[in-house]
Design a protein around this ligand. Structure first.
Ligand SMILES: Cc1cc2nc3c(=O)[nH]c(=O)nc-3n(C[C@H](O)[C@H](O)[C@H](O)COP(=O)(O)OP(=O)(O)OC[C@H]3O[C@@H](n4cnc5c(N)ncnc54)[C@H](O)[C@@H]3O)c2cc1C
Length: 329
């Protein structure tokens, strides 16, 4: 890994000041925990002449219940999210996803906002300058061809954050602050299916907070496929949130990560509501995953393997949660 390039450093004390600095310095980046940004800068994958440190912006470091929603500031650490009693009890999918990120020391520094805004990843991008040069670079940086889909006009780098699928399955919203003020978006609309521009976040906007509905009777979980048991990005990850009423599905929400350029919330599962969890339901889940995800050769683990394991992870989780929901009710 190379040395860090020169940069100017600001440490604003408010979200408004952070946004003003971002607008004033087009070649700037926000830095939260720095656990993704700094390695990427050292590898020369991401450039920034100015870093705007968010660690003194207290208003984004707060987690509180707001009626039937939990509001989590973008600056809250993943360790704090995973340890929060309300998150553990009512939003277990979120607690598990936060705990699945990197290792314990990363999670103390890493923030929710940084995880949701994570740079997309690809085996042709996350490499040294030498390696990339020897492989004629790629569209995401310095080249003009997507190496995993050479005929394509777009980049297929994969979104590989663990927390986004859990929040998508939970129906979260994001709160963004820009020079024009605050806007709120469903998390589904925060992501774009493009490895080079995967966030619907303006260049001068700050992710301030995420709000998550607290829905009675929901159970949820997150599981990821990775090579090592820790400190490893998801090669495929699945979050499931489910409600059961007797022998009928009251709600089933599934989202995936690592298998597209954005975390994918699966549409089309509403048709299962009111029905039993039988072979037809599992087949519908498998179809929704096949339709909704597009694993490419962005990692060393093969596409057919990831294509086959993603529905396996989802169906296994649904089965376990279905049984758990029965015990709870
Ligand atoms: C060895 C290693 C293993 C890892 N394993 C995993 C893993 O298993 N799963 C996983 O999901 N991640 C993993 N990561 C990546 C990273 O640690 C986490 O995703 C972490 O949550 C990033 O958060 P951060 O606060 O450190 O972000 P930063 O590095 O500070 O920022 C990341 C990006 O988000 C932007 N940003 C940060 N906050 C905001 C905000 N409030 N508004 C707008 N933009 C913002 C930054 O400008 C930057 O572009 C790993 C990293 C390392 C080094």
């Amino acid at each position: 890994m190379g040395a860090l390039s020169e940069f100017r450093f600001f440490r604003p004390a408010s979200a408004a000041e952070a946004v003003r600095l971002r607008a004033e310095h087009p070649a700037s980046r926000f830095i939260a925990g720095g656990t993704d940004l700094l390695p990427n800068m050292r590898r020369g994958l991401v450039g920034a002449e100015v870093l705007i440190d968010l660690s003194a912006v207290d208003e984004i470091r707060d987690m509180r219940r707001d009626g039937d929603r939990l509001r989590i500031g973008a600056g809250v650490s993943l360790a704090a999210v995973a340890a929060d009693p309300l998150v553990r009890e009512r939003l277990p999918a979120l607690a598990e996803a936060a705990l699945a990120v990197a290792g314990p020391t990363h999670r103390v520094a890493a923030t929710l906002g940084g995880n949701l805004c994570l740079e997309t990843r690809c085996q042709y991008f996350n490499q040294s300058e030498h390696w990339r040069a020897a492989n004629q670079f790629c569209m995401k940086l310095d080249g003009d061809t997507c190496r995993v889909a050479p005929k394509s006009s777009r980049c297929y780098a994969a979104f590989s954050g663990d927390v986004a699928p859990a929040l998508l399955a939970l129906g979260a919203e994001v709160e963004l602050l820009g020079p024009q003020g605050v806007r709120r978006l469903p998390l589904t609309d925060f992501y774009v299916d493009d490895g080079m521009k995967w966030l619907a976040l303006g260049t001068d906007e700050l992710l301030v907070a995420v709000t998550v509905p607290l829905v009675e009777g929901r159970v949820g979980s997150y599981e990821k496929l990775r090579v090592r048991g820790a400190i490893d990005f998801p090669l495929a990850g699945v979050a499931v949130v489910l409600r059961r009423e007797g022998e009928a599905i009251a709600e089933v929400r599934i989202a995936c990560t690592g298998v597209s350029s954005r975390p994918e919330f699966l549409v089309g599962l509403d048709e299962l509501v009111g029905k039993p969890l039988d072979d037809a339901a599992f087949a519908a889940i498998e179809r929704a995953i096949k339709r909704g995800t597009q694993p490419m050769e962005t990692t060393l683990m093969s596409v057919p393997y990831r294509r086959r394991t993603t529905p396996v992870l989802a169906k296994r989780l649904v089965r376990r949660l279905w049984d758990e929901a029965n015990q709870g009710g």
